[in-house]
Design a protein around this ligand. Structure first.
Ligand code: HEC
Ligand code: HEC
Length: 344
């Protein structure tokens, strides 16, 4: 008798707790959306399941200047939502105490599909990415110990980490990395005019010029900037000359192989209209100049990609390419309030 009573007493609160958890809207699982016809994402979500609170926590971290040594720089200082998560006020990245880095900030777009990160591919997992800027002396210049001490001192962070990770000591570097990834995995752009036309949506139609641009693109650019992500994720030399002051040899600095000299990541061209300046060192201020590059400024050297050598663009081609590239601007992504600075 007693035993039955005891277990019933135990089961009732357990059921209650369970139902609370099930109904708690903050703990909702979030399904990752893969647009029709797109390849499977590379990111392994089973190791870091997306939840509403996890994404919220990642967003808070991404926008928190206090993660930098002097509380002035957040990830978003360089990666602004309305410019496709890059910055447009400097050629090269601009960090703590006005220190200038040696590369142009990259856009962050559709990162779930990427295998490697950075212009030279030196990072091979999205979760590892935050460790570089947090500790880099020209970016956020902090130590991981400082960051963990700060996070543990905040009751809001303590609550959020506990809710997402449900372990005894949830505020760890790994869990911080995972939550930042959860937020960045929301930076998905698939709703530009181009996408709407490709999906055959009602009323979506290319102009004649855009259509011609798509044709030029498919003939001369597609081999590297592959649809639908507009990158094939490879590293290539597209004929940029070496800037003596920067001496940046790209992927060579990671592999030490001479055949990788001057190879840089093929960037996605989604939202390219708003992600100026262009190239790994921001040398081209306008999209017009970036397109002209492929016709005028190609520097020949042993690692130059053969596809680049065969590019030929007439004035008309360049104009139509420009029109087409602008159809990759995705306003619903750039103006998505769920990705912007969190307001209280
Ligand atoms: C001072 C400017 C600056 C800050 C602050 C900064 N980044 Fe970056 N980010 C860059 C630059 C520059 C690159 C390219 C670096 C390279 O290739 O050497 C980059 C690259 C990246 C990439 C790779 C994108 C790709 O497609 O390969 C991701 C992801 C990223 N940053 C996330 C973050 C996160 C998360 C934070 C905050 C923890 C952060 N960044 C803080 C400037 C910055
Ligand atoms: C052989 C591969 C290849 C081909 C073909 C190619 N590109 Fe690129 N593209 C790259 C690489 C690599 C970069 C980055 C180079 C760097 O910064 O070092 C790049 C960068 C760009 C950028 C700058 C994007 C940014 O965010 O900085 C634009 C714009 C661009 N390409 C447009 C085009 C157009 C238009 C064509 C066709 C006329 C084309 N590309 C053909 C490899 C290629």
């Amino acid at each position: 008798m007693n035993r039955i009573l005891f277990s019933t007493l135990l089961i009732i609160p357990m059921l209650f707790l369970f139902s609370l958890k099930e109904n708690d809207p903050e703990d909702e699982k979030v399904q990752f959306f893969v647009p029709q016809g797109w390849p499977a994402p590379h990111y392994d979500f089973s190791k870091n399941p997306l939840t509403k609170t996890g994404i919220h926590l990642g967003r808070k971290l991404f926008y928190d200047e206090k993660l930098s040594r002097d509380s002035t720089i957040s990830c978003a200082s360089c990666h602004l939502s309305y410019t496709g998560f890059t910055h447009i006020d400097h050629l090269l990245s601009h960090g703590i105490e006005g220190r200038i880095g040696y590369r142009n900030t990259q856009t962050i777009v559709n990162p779930a599909w990427q295998k490697t990160f950075m212009w030279d591919g030196s990072i091979n997992h999205l979760d590892m990415q935050p460790l570089a800027p947090l500790q880099n002396e020209s970016e956020m210049d902090n130590s991981l110990e400082n960051i963990i001490t700060y996070l543990k001192s905040s009751s809001e962070y303590r609550t959020l980490f506990a809710k997402v990770f449900q372990t005894e000591d949830p505020i760890t570097v790994t869990n911080m990395q995972k939550s930042m990834s959860q937020f960045m995995l929301q930076f998905n752009s698939y709703n530009s005019k181009y996408d709407q036309v490709m999906r055959g949506e009602k009323g979506a139609k290319f102009t004649k010029k855009e259509e011609q641009g798509l044709e030029v693109f498919r003939n001369q650019c597609e081999s590297c900037h592959k649809e639908p992500l507009f990158t094939d994720f490879s590293y290539r030399n597209n004929g940029l000359s070496v800037i003596p002051k920067l001496q940046d040899y790209g992927r060579y600095t990671v592999t030490g192989q001479s055949e990788d000299s001057l190879m840089f990541k093929v960037p996605s061209l989604r939202n390219v209209e708003v992600t100026f300046p262009y190239m790994h060192d921001g040398r081209y201020l306008t999209l017009d100049m970036a397109i002209h590059h492929y016709d005028y400024y190609i520097e020949d050297n042993p690692t130059l990609s053969k596809e680049i050598k065969s590019i030929h663009l007439t004035e008309k081609d360049k104009k139509s390419l420009m029109a087409f590239l602008k159809t990759l601007t995705d306003k619903s992504f750039l103006r998505n309030r769920a990705l912007a600075y969190p307001r209280k």
